[in-house]
Design a protein around this ligand. Structure first.
Ligand SMILES: C[S@@+](CC[C@H](N)C(=O)[O-])C[C@H]1O[C@@H](n2cnc3c(N)ncnc32)[C@H](O)[C@@H]1O
Length: 287
């Protein structure tokens, strides 16, 4: 079966990525000089997913909500503002219990919907006034139908083919998310290769297009593979404005398909970078 994010929505990596995206979009939109804010998502995924079964959300969103619930009011005052906004906006009415016997066919997340990157960015932009102008790329028919339904009444261009670095839809972008389903390998031939990812990232180097990239750390208990390391070095050499943040889980979780950790890269103005970094570190310290 082709990659389908619906089975992974809300996993540990999603939480990091979506709170980082919210922090970046919120900071940039708050001081945006124009009426329109162009958000491009090169691997857009669903605008929102039902929280089905006991897939990846359990130790991502599930444990985050649980740790928030265990904090005292004093701790609450110190919660990172973007993490707090994310939880308040999407999960204020969500309750969770670790008692699996009550789950039956459904998880016990009452509101049961997890937001995708396009919705997180859309909401963050709108909060500050500019009209979101969405450029959403995905090759899955199910995803395309979902994006068109959710953003029907809004300014959204949904493209059913891979994002080409030279595409006019990727010019004058205010924030670009590159969130591939993985990186091509002998076991996963359908995912984009390192070269395609480099071309997308570096196409915005000259204009310093604000950018957030998510990548998995897969497979090797000792950390990042040699391929990934040399690729990162090459990106840093060709665009010193790109920064990298990595985190490794204590153990690989089967629900993460063998993912050992996650890597976020960004090219962002200083205030947005500071907001993203603070949000990521606040989640790391809770994990
Ligand atoms: C990790 S998911 C995206 C998750 C989403 N960005 C989010 O955070 O909510 C990756 C998506 O890329 C899509 N995809 C796979 N290969 C693609 C390609 N070559 N071009 C565009 N989209 C692709 C998949 O259908 C899937 O929906």
């Amino acid at each position: 079966m082709a990659y389908d994010h619906i089975f992974r929505a809300g996993n540990r990596a999603d939480i990091l990525k979506h709170v980082a995206l919210l922090a970046a979009a919120d900071t940039l939109a708050a001081r945006h000089p124009r009426d329109r804010f162009v958000y491009a998502d090169a691997f857009a995924g669903y605008a929102c997913s039902p929280m089905v079964g006991s897939f990846g959300w359990e130790d991502g969103l599930g444990s985050l909500l649980k740790s928030q619930g265990e904090q005292s009011d004093d701790d609450g005052a110190r919660v990172n503002p973007h993490l707090a906004l994310f939880l308040r906006r999407y999960f204020a009415h969500t309750t969770i219990t670790s008692d699996r016997s009550t789950w039956r066919d459904r998880p016990s997340l009452v509101s049961g919907i997890y937001p995708g990157s396009s919705l997180v960015a859309f909401d963050a932009i709108r909060r500050h006034g500019p009209t979101p102008d969405l450029r959403l790329f995905d090759i899955s028919l199910a995803v395309i139908a979902n994006l068109r339904a959710v953003f029907r009444e809004h300014h959204a261009t949904v493209v059913g083919s891979p994002a080409e670095p030279e595409s006019p839809l990727l010019t004058d972008v205010d924030l670009l998310l590159i969130d591939p389903p993985g990186v091509r390998s002998p076991n996963d031939r359908s995912a984009p290769g390192w070269n395609e990812l480099s071309a997308l990232i570096l196409s915005g180097a000259k204009s310093a297009t604000p950018l957030l990239v998510w990548l998995p750390i897969m497979g090797d208990p000792n950390g990042e593979t040699a391929d990934s390391q040399s690729w990162r070095r090459e990106i840093a050499a060709r665009d010193p404005g790109v920064r990298t943040w990595t985190t490794q889980w204590k153990e690989a979780a089967p629900a993460h398909g063998g993912m050992l950790g996650t890597q976020l890269m960004w090219r962002l103005p200083q205030d947005a970078e500071a907001a993203v970094f603070a949000a990521l570190e606040s989640i790391r310290t809770q994990g």
